[in-house]
Design a binder for this molecule. Structure first.
Ligand code: HAM
Length: 456
């Protein structure tokens, strides 16, 4: 008895010690980040297909840029006074002492790549598209994540407003084709640096006179970034800004004509849009056109989450050290598109279903079945199998459950003879055929003509 007690003590002490040094392992990703499981991939795949198709249709070419860039690219590009840079960046120093950040968005990185790779000598506009994750340390809530996914397009080197209209058309078409039909496109023009200077002064003097009525954040914005007061969602600020001067009343002639033409193009395209004088966007690089697309919320007081946002940024490339290059672009929030599609019960991507099942019996046949699977698959025939199962009965059960049209049975005898049994799952009839001709036999029975190009 005493001996037993001693042993128990020894055994129990060791894990206790280990526990003290090990940090608790949380089996979840950091806040605001999540796994996108296979069951949801059907929606994501649909978004990927529709966006990539739109990019191809409008002549955009893919670009991939790093997830991490030097922090000062975003500080200079997106703007030091913006919420994104000031509060939301994941910034850190590398072991080598470089100050870097996870990209909060793509446009600054695309502009950097455009300059670095001398794309200004390419025929204009340079049309680029991208998709991938971005990181913003925001307060997570429905439709707002810290790891978010965007698809976007940028057209660099063109100043004509027709391309602004085309950007809106693309974003609108993507959303529409995903089955999200009831949306509103909000547009505004915030002018160029020249006319915005006057407008900014007017805004400052207006808001100065109402300073006491502004929220704490907007009091700070008054010094740093007065335009941002216009998209503050605080009730008290909403009231003040209702009577604030509007940017479109203070545009210079060039910006006024640009905006007028854009609206005419949108009318021509029959894209329903609304002017939103408070739309300024949360990134500093914008000039002239800004726009956002929202689902039209039927419920009252429902939170507004943009599905897409974009605009013109004629000064960004020069500001980062490149040549003066007008540019315009947009990004859609893929997470928000997926969640809206689910809400609406929109069409998702349907994976192609196998019409053929390959069953095997015995170790020699099992070996041969691998090669036969490859031969069928290479010829464009989608084949299902359950190679891990030994019994024919259980394999046929799987074939039944999958609802295939044909089951190929490769037994020990067939493997030695160089034949295979084809079972028609509807009629139940079986036939022995030459294994060398299996591809043609299957195609004939499935009434497939030529080689099917598999969609991967
Ligand atoms: P943005 O408006 O900041 O613009 O983001 C574009 C879209 O990304 C938003 O409309 C929204 O759908 C989605 N999004 C933004 N933040 C979140 C979040 N925390 N969670 C989920 N979705 C989010 C840009 O990023 C600009 N770079 C767009 C652009 C391209 N402008 C010119 N070219």
């Amino acid at each position: 008895m005493p001996l037993k007690k001693k042993i128990v003590k020894k055994v129990s002490r060791k894990p206790k010690k280990e526990k003290e040094v090990q940090e608790e392992l949380l089996l979840q990703p950091p806040r605001g980040m999540r796994d996108i499981l296979p069951k949801d991939q059907i929606y994501w795949q649909q978004v990927r297909r529709v966006t990539e198709k739109a990019a191809a249709d409008f002549g955009y070419r893919r670009i991939d840029i790093p997830v991490i860039e030097f922090t000062n690219l975003f500080v200079r590009g997106v703007g030091s006074g913006t919420d994104i840079v000031e509060k939301e960046m994941y910034s850190f120093s590398t072991k080598g002492g470089e100050k870097v950040s996870l990209r909060p968005e793509f446009t600054a990185g695309i502009a950097r790549a455009f300059i670095q790779h001398g794309m200004h000598v390419s025929p204009k506009p340079v049309k680029l598209y991208y998709s991938g994750s971005c990181y913003r340390y925001e307060r997570p809530q429905e439709g707002r994540y810290r790891e978010l996914f965007q698809f976007g397009c940028e057209a660099l080197g063109e100043q004509d407003p027709i391309i602004d209209a085309q950007m809106i058309q693309m974003a609108w078409r993507i959303i529409f084709q995903l089955g999200i039909r009831d949306v509103v496109v909000e547009v505004n023009s915030i002018g160029c640096p020249a006319c915005r200077k006057n407008y900014r002064n007017l805004l400052v003097s207006y808001f100065e006179s109402k300073r006491q009525k502004l929220c704490i954040d907007c009091k700070k914005r008054l010094e740093k970034n007065p335009l941002r007061i216009l998209d503050c969602k605080e009730d008290k600020c909403e009231q003040v800004k209702a009577n604030a001067p509007q940017s479109i009343d203070h545009l210079c002639e060039e910006c006024r004509v640009h905006f007028k033409n854009l609206l005419e193009y949108l009318e021509e395209l029959e894209i329903p849009f609304e002017l939103n004088h408070s739309l300024v966007r949360g990134l500093d690089y914008y000039t002239k056109t800004v726009f956002e697309i929202f689902p039209r919320n039927l419920e009252e007081n429902a939170k507004k989450s943009a599905l897409a946002g974009g605009g013109r940024y004629d000064g960004l490339i020069k500001m980062l050290g490149g040549e003066q290059t007008p540019a315009v672009g947009f990004a859609v929030g893929m997470d928000r598109l997926v969640s809206e599609m689910k809400k609406l019960g929109a069409k998702y991507y349907r994976e192609p279903k196998a019409k053929v099942f390959l069953a095997q019996l015995g170790s020699f046949a099992k070996k041969k079945s691998l090669k036969m699977f490859e031969g069928l698959e290479r010829s464009g025939i989608l084949v299902a199998e359950s190679f891990g199962r030994g019994s024919l009965k259980s394999q046929l059960k799987v074939a039944d459950r999958l609802g295939v049209e044909l089951t190929l049975i490769l037994g020990q005898k067939e493997a030695l003879d160089g034949t295979v049994i084809i079972k028609d799952m509807t009629s139940g009839t079986q036939e022995v055929v030459d294994a060398q001709k299996i591809v043609d036999e299957v195609k004939k029975r499935l009434k497939m003509t030529g080689t099917i190009i598999k969609t991967i």
